[in-house]
Design a protein around this ligand. Structure first.
Ligand SMILES: [Zn+2]
Length: 429
């Protein structure tokens, strides 16, 4: 035993059963937990063993983010772009494609560290990221992976390859996941979106995903512009294009957004079993529309799209917007919040064992139990209640402080890199 939790109230993330117990937490990326009646005596404790007092605290499975963009971490508070974007295409051109082209390796490292820090503090111990840095592609995924490893966050990374920056970026974009995945790291083959991906790139990305037995991670019909471009160029819709090229056979794939789909495309997606990520806050922020995800099947998971690293906040946004779009129940939003664990397990990815836990100091004004947990989940429990976090059986956040690195040094580094990034961007205008 390495870590034991004393006098915890454990909430089973699947059944919502509450159990008053001590817990033994196994080490390792995919370790488990065990209910124990008695704690080891002081004489039996090894030098590395630890007992954490969890009286009056709730313990449950840590969270996962199914679609993140660490590359956007240094955007917060940056100066307005030279031109104010009027639509989604202009948001990409004036803001995100301007920012990602300015990133260098140090900025990527700072973005990954600060994103991982905030994921950890918010209880998300597994992150599926979609990265872009067209002029700093080489080694970008390993840079992010190392940063996440240092903080203690599990990951499934990809580089979002596209044709938007020419042949050189495209070829480097194909090489990066090939070498990253060949090194033994887990991840996806990332693509930006259909409207920036030509047929040669799409075919080669699919081949690469087969080579590494993984899936694609791609933005799908986030805005109507993705469908308009596909209809114009290929005389078919986006999911039809993916179906015709064999992309839907890559069942480990993640399709993010999927807002503007026809009935036929919804059917294709449901039949494929591919997981779809809902990123409500980003969609509202970009004014690209909302959709009824119930029509896309059961494999719906939640992401932040890089806006923040707080999955409890994403779940609340999905619930509230879901009242207008699909009459969403509390049980359904909770299932979407937790479905990411099924995605990771079903597809054989590592780093999300039962020994990833959050310890909540939840100052509930009313009783909380298995019968009313969902009401507390939607209306009460939020990131400020995350007191401690265990990842892979190891305590990484204790009393809201990061244990694995110096938090103030990460923030000083990210602020320094943020200043450099903004200066570079304003110089490039
Ligand atoms: Zn995204």
């Amino acid at each position: 035993m390495t870590l034991a939790l004393k006098d915890a109230t454990y909430i089973d993330w699947k059944t919502l059963a509450f159990t008053a117990t001590h817990l033994a937490v196994s080490p390792g990326d995919d370790g488990g937990i065990e209910f124990i009646d008695a704690l080891p005596s002081a004489d039996d404790l090894g030098a590395d063993d630890q007992i954490l007092d969890c009286r009056h605290q709730l313990v449950t499975r840590a969270f996962g983010c199914a679609h993140h963009h660490i590359y956007s971490a240094l955007a917060r508070g940056m100066p307005a772009p030279a031109k104010i974007p009027q639509n989604f295409s202009e948001i990409l051109q004036y803001i995100w494609w301007h920012l990602d082209k300015s990133l260098n390796t140090d900025m990527i490292e700072a973005s990954a560290l600060v994103s991982a820090l905030y994921c950890a503090k918010n209880g998300a111990t597994f992150v599926i990221d979609h990265h872009a840095s067209p002029f700093a592609i080489d080694d970008s995924l390993e840079t992010i992976a190392r940063a996440f490893d240092r903080i203690g966050i599990s990951h499934l990374l990809c580089y979002e390859i596209s044709d938007r920056d020419g042949e050189g970026s495209k070829e480097k974009g194909l090489q990066e996941p090939d070498s990253f995945l060949s090194s033994g790291r887990q991840g996806h083959v990332g693509l930006h979106a259909s409207f920036t991906v030509g047929d040669d790139l799409l075919k080669r990305a699919i081949d690469l995903a087969h080579k590494h037995d993984t899936g694609l991670h791609v933005h799908v019909a986030e805005d109507a512009v993705d469908q308009d471009a596909c209809l114009k160029q290929y005389n078919k819709r986006v999911v039809e294009r993916y179906a015709d090229t064999g992309a839907l056979e890559l069942s480990k794939s993640i399709f993010s957004h999927c807002i503007h789909l026809s009935e036929k495309e919804k059917q294709l997606l449901r039949d494929s079993g591919i997981y779809v990520v809902q990123n409500t806050e980003s969609n509202l922020n970009n004014n690209v529309g909302v959709t009824n995800y119930r029509e896309l099947g059961d494999n719906i998971i939640l992401g932040t799209d890089g806006m923040h690293s707080d999955m409890l906040r994403s779940a609340k946004a999905a619930f509230l917007t879901g009242q207008a779009t699909e009459g969403l129940g509390m049980d359904t939003v909770y299932n979407r919040f937790r479905k990411v664990h099924d995605y990771i397990r079903e597809n054989g990815f590592s780093g999300d064992g039962d020994n990833h836990l959050v310890i909540l100091d939840y100052d509930s004004p009313t009783d909380i139990n298995a019968g009313n947990f969902l009401g507390h989940f939607v209306y009460g429990i939020d990131a400020r209640h995350v007191e401690s976090v265990i990842a892979g059986g190891k305590l990484i956040i204790e009393n809201r402080k990061l244990l694995t690195m110096a938090e103030d040094e990460i923030l000083a580094y990210s602020r320094e890199m943020g200043r450099m990034l903004w200066a570079k961007m304003s110089g490039d205008k």
